[in-house]
Design a protein. Structure first.
Length: 353
């Protein structure tokens, strides 16, 4: 809408991505603050509450907390993007497909859990992966055949592309989508634990995408320059603002949870930003907390199958610290600190090429 105003009436300030990204942040933030209380009241009246896993320690007091709050910040982000972005940009279209597609997969999973009252009775792991893979394939095919997006792969510290993987990019990018969405989903286990690291990651990847789409900045920092990609900064900024609004109610003690609806949508957008910013490898550092949480599960399961011994008291690793009787807020804030430091390092690597 704002971009259309620029085109129709030549309001020059609205042509700048940075201006519209800033506006989108506040629009999404305000919409989320406005809509969440209404959604929470509706969710409580409909008993749309988070089923608690009986194996998770000290979470019994969370059993009446409403869930699926991710639906609110996804809608707020979508409305903000429609208002502020160039909605005909193919990279914006693909980004919206990503966010909404993964949110719908999470919504289906959340709905199954709520209707059965069992945290383990949503989508099966296999069913969830298949649906996620379908969304990933749709987006990657769109990027390659509609947006004509390059299939080259870049590594941190190296200014030239390492290789062109051609149509193997479809497989690689789908793996990136699956890994990231499920990593964010695993991290979403304590009040606000996944929310703030997601905001940090969105900010970092938003900066990278903006630079990638800017021919002057990308040239100075020796990053790839891809025309049109910078517009997706508006999507990253919108989701960041929506998540900050969500954090108002999600911080400890949480009044609402995002559910898989939110965590899968966030993971999908993070993966998408990394792909179009040619930062798939750097995503390991940008999303370090999500990587640590995922590795803790992999190591725990692998160790138990091979040695019949556990490495951690419980996985994902935030539950390990709960079992060691760390205060929940202490775990959350320390994980936020690690995420912040990791993202600062990720931004530093942009200059080291």
């Amino acid at each position: 809408m704002l971009y259309t105003l620029y085109e129709l009436f030549h309001i020059n300030i609205l042509q700048y991505i940075s201006v519209r990204a800033g506006i989108s942040f506040f629009v999404a933030f305000g919409l989320t603050l406005l809509l969440l209380p209404k959604f929470m009241a509706w969710a409580i009246s409909r008993k749309a509450q988070q089923p608690i896993n009986k194996y998770v320690p000290n979470h019994a007091d969370k059993k009446n907390t409403p869930t699926m709050g991710g639906a609110v910040f996804v809608v707020a982000t979508l409305l903000s993007v429609i208002i502020t972005a160039n909605i005909f940009n193919p990279y914006i279209i693909a980004g919206v497909i990503t966010m909404v597609g993964f949110a719908l997969v999470g919504f289906k999973d959340d709905l199954g859990k709520i209707l059965t009252g069992d945290n383990l009775k949503g989508l099966t792991s296999r069913g969830k992966l298949i649906l996620q893979a379908i969304i990933g394939v749709i987006v990657t095919l769109f990027l390659i055949f509609v947006a004509d997006f390059p299939t080259t792969i870049y590594f941190p510290f190296i200014k030239e592309p390492v290789l062109d993987i051609s149509y193997f990019a479809i497989i690689f990018w789908v793996v990136v989508f699956l890994a990231t969405t499920n990593a964010v989903n695993l991290t979403d286990g304590l009040d606000g634990l996944a929310t703030v690291p997601s905001i940090f990651s969105l900010a970092t990847l938003g900066i990278i995408v903006y630079i990638t789409g800017h021919h002057v900045f990308s040239g100075y920092l020796l990053l790839p320059n891809i025309e049109g990609v910078g517009e997706v900064t508006v999507l990253a900024s919108s989701l960041s603002g929506a998540l900050l609004g969500f954090l108002w109610y999600n911080c400890y003690p949480a009044e609402i949870f995002m559910g898989d609806t939110g965590s899968l949508a966030i993971g999908g957008v993070l993966a998408y930003l990394a792909i179009i910013g040619k930062s798939e490898v750097l995503l390991v550092l940008v999303g370090l907390i999500f990587v640590i949480e995922t590795l803790s599960v992999i190591l725990q399961v692998g160790s138990y199958k091979i040695r019949q011994k556990r490495i951690f008291l419980m996985a994902p690793i935030h539950h390990h610290f709960e079992m060691k009787e760390w205060a929940e807020n202490k775990i959350i804030v320390r994980f936020w600190m690690i995420a912040f430091i990791a993202n600062i390092f990720a931004l530093i690597t942009l200059k080291l090429r």
